[in-house]
Write a protein that binds this ligand. Structure first.
Ligand code: SF4
Length: 312
């Protein structure tokens, strides 16, 4: 959960998650839908799908106990080099080198590595591995992560109270705060689309469908929409792609959301279905009562879309 997400955001999600699925076996036995809905709002939903697939694999391949060696860990869904090393060191005290963004920053400063990221990664990994002690590898890994998060911060690092200050080359050269350097990022493109919020006349229930299992927001729920494309969107034309015929009203304003690789701008169109049977025309769709939306695996962008349609 903490990959790409802050402790403050994760706290409540984590508490609810481990209360509901306190063991690997319990998580492995849970339906994916329920896991995704408990994750809804945290973003980066591939993590939830991987966590669930990983729990299943740990139960099936390893009898419910995480393996300790790197190849077996790396063979599990969603576990890359960083997570494998973090599990090895923190859970099993194996001297593995876990390099997250915080550790990357500390090491780049400590050794005054001026090559910009991402090219600097290889050198940073070699230097980081050279620091890992044979004993208390888990304490060391967490100490480095915490040092980066609280002392060697991106801006204004607290070098005066840092335990590494005497050997820190970045500090000695007066360039610590500039490190690590980064290659300029490419501009994110903007994609646009028209989202269709269909509500049932009798009770206001909203028509939702499931996204394909693979790809962005895979397996999550959504209101139907046009494809999200770069370029200009003409809502009056795009409305022809509505999932069912009806008196679609294109609403004022935009719903904006930013994903890792693009910005998204959605115009919202809404309509009222005079008969619930209209929903049957949309493959895989079902009606969701408005007071049960919180139970569905709706990503934040879809919650924004529905809020926009309801408030308008
Ligand atoms: Fe970071 Fe300063 Fe410590 Fe160097 S001395 S590791 S720059 S906090």
């Amino acid at each position: 959960m903490l990959q790409q997400t802050t402790v403050a955001t994760v706290g409540e999600y984590f508490r609810r998650f481990v209360e509901r699925w306190p063991t690997v076996e319990a998580l492995a036995a849970a339906p994916l839908d329920e896991v995704l809905s408990a994750w809804a709002g945290l973003g980066y939903y591939a993590r939830a799908r991987n966590l669930h697939a990983c729990a299943k694999a740990v139960v099936e391949r390893h009898g419910g106990l995480f393996p300790q060696d790197e190849p077996a860990l790396r063979a599990l869904p969603g576990i890359g080099p960083y997570t494998a090393a973090a599990i090895q060191s923190i859970a099993f005290d194996v001297p593995a080198s876990a390099v997250d963004g915080n550790v990357e920053r500390v090491v780049a400063r400590l050794f005054a590595i001026e090559t910009p990221l991402p090219d600097a990664k290889a050198e940073i990994n070699v230097r980081a591995a050279s620091l890992v002690p044979d004993e208390r590898a888990g304490d060391y890994a967490q100490a480095m992560m915490d040092l980066g998060a609280t002392v060697c911060t991106p801006r204004n690092p607290s070098c005066v109270i840092c335990p590494l200050t005497s050997g820190c080359q970045g500090r000695q050269l007066g360039i610590a705060e500039e490190l690590p350097r980064r290659a300029p990022k490419a501009e994110k493109p903007t994609r646009r689309g028209l989202a269709f919020v269909l509500s049932r006349r009798d009770d206001g229930a909203i028509l939702l469908r499931k996204r394909p299992e693979k790809g962005l927001l895979g397996g999550m729920d959504e209101v139907p929409s046009t494809a999200w494309r770069e370029g200009k969107l003409v809502p009056e034309t795009a409305v022809a792609e509505a999932p069912v015929p009806g008196r679609w009203q294109v609403m004022e304003g935009l719903v904006r959301h930013t994903f890792t690789h693009f910005h998204l701008e959605l115009v919202v169109a809404r309509a009222v279905a005079t008969t619930g049977r209209l929903g049957e025309q949309v493959p895989g769709a079902s009606w969701c009562p408005i007071d049960r939306l919180s139970e569905r695996a709706l990503p934040t962008v879809m919650r924004k879309v529905i809020a926009h349609a309801v408030k308008g």
